[in-house]
Design a protein around this ligand. Structure first.
Ligand code: CMP
Length: 229
């Protein structure tokens, strides 16, 4: 039987568990694999399980009537999703798609409830994680209402640099940025606008782009970027 205790020990909501509890939880998980671009969770479906990402990355998305996509979040190895339906009994709040070939560990509602009865402190950790997701959502709502598109593109690049960036002599390198379409869906604008703003930042010497790689100049994060400059 596969043992997922090692992975679980790196998941924020399970980090506090003793080895025996991690083993017990690990034995309740089933692995499922999804190819890149496949739909894992469909909005409005009933939800009876949550997922922990072993390998790969997923995006949480909403679709407008015209098919326009809004990306609410991107999760990677060691993160989890699908907890909301388990907690409130409502249908899935959003769609979740595989951004890469992914291996996920599935925890059923029954096993989730059993685990919480044995280890109630996991519930507190889930609340902490949900608070931090709500903070992030608040920030995104505030940015949509308060920042122009130049500042929103700059903000998302700074976020990517914080999570995935590598500091070099020339600046901070983001090696595998999301596509321009995905960047647009993360900040509520069109791909064409993202392309125009990135080109303007490049023209102003604030960044340079090479395929999927972006080099942000030193001090990029400290600039007040807007259209007027
Ligand atoms: P659930 O509603 O069961 O299925 C969709 C999942 O997407 C949801 O649980 C959360 O895990 C995740 N999700 C929904 N909205 C957000 C958000 N704003 N930020 C991060 N994750 C979210």
């Amino acid at each position: 039987m596969a043992n997922y205790a090692e992975l679980l020990s790196h998941v924020s909501i399970f980090q506090h568990l003793e080895p025996a509890a991690l083993e017990r939880l690990g034995s309740r998980l089933k692995v499922v694999r999804y190819n890149k671009d496949s739909l894992i969770v469909s909005q409005s479906d009933p939800g009876d399980s949550m997922f922990i990402i072993d390998q790969g990355r997923v995006k949480v998305v909403l679709y407008g009537d015209s098919g326009r996509e809004v990306i609410l979040s991107i999760f990677r190895s060691g993160e989890f999703f699908g907890e909301m339906s388990l907690l409130d009994g409502q249908p899935r709040s959003a769609n979740v798609l595989a951004l890469e070939d992914s291996a996920l560990l599935v925890l059923s509602r029954d096993d989730f409830v059993k685990h919480l009865a044995e280890s109630p402190s996991t519930a507190l950790n889930i609340l902490a994680e949900m608070s931090s997701r709500l903070r992030r959502a608040d920030e995104v709502i505030g940015n949509l209402a308060l920042l122009d598109v130049y500042a929103r593109v700059a903000r998302i690049l700074v976020d990517l640099a914080k999570n995935d960036g590598e500091s070099t002599d020339e600046g901070i390198v983001i090696r595998a940025r999301p596509t321009q379409q995905d960047l647009a869906a993360m900040i509520g604008t069109s791909r064409e606008t993202v392309s125009r703003v990135l080109s303007e930042f490049q023209r102003r010497g604030l960044l340079s782009m090479q395929g999927k790689k972006i080099l942000l100049s030193h001090g990029f994060a400290d600039q007040e970027l807007s259209h007027e400059e």
